[in-house]
Design a protein around this ligand. Sequence first.
Ligand code: 4NP
Length: 157
Amino acid sequence: MKKISVLFVCLGNICRSPAAEAIFISLLKKKGLTDGFIVDSAGTGSWHIGKKADSRMRFAAERRDINILSRARQITSKDFEEFNYILAMDDSNFRNIQNLKNSADSTDFASIKKIQDFRSVFKEQEVPDPYFGGDEGFDYVLDILEDSVNGFLESIS
Ligand code: 4NP
């Protein structure tokens, strides 16, 4: 059976989208669904290409037994053809992804959505950027993402 491919996207690809990717991978593992999916993350920006996720996010995730292993990369027009779903963390990411799609010579394969479209417990319509804030912001992002990533999986199951 063809695998379902999911790309999580934020600005830097060192905080929110690597966390969403790792939470989704962990959820798939718990549900025995790993083999049915390809999961990745990317940033709209290029500053952190090749870097590990921010240590504050990695440590906050480790405390929940979630390992963030990704290295940052930038989204490319090829991603629109290779992924079934592209999930943006906030409105700005969403707009930037749409602009890239509109300027790309691609066949528009991916369904582009905001991850918070799938929230159930939390009211936030965007995943807040924790990069310039305190440690508690990273835990809050994980709380929000655990809710909406779960909702996303339910929506496609
Ligand atoms: P992210 O957070 O988009 O969740 O990875 C950020 C990381 C770095 C920067 C901004 C946001 N930055 O400006 O370098």
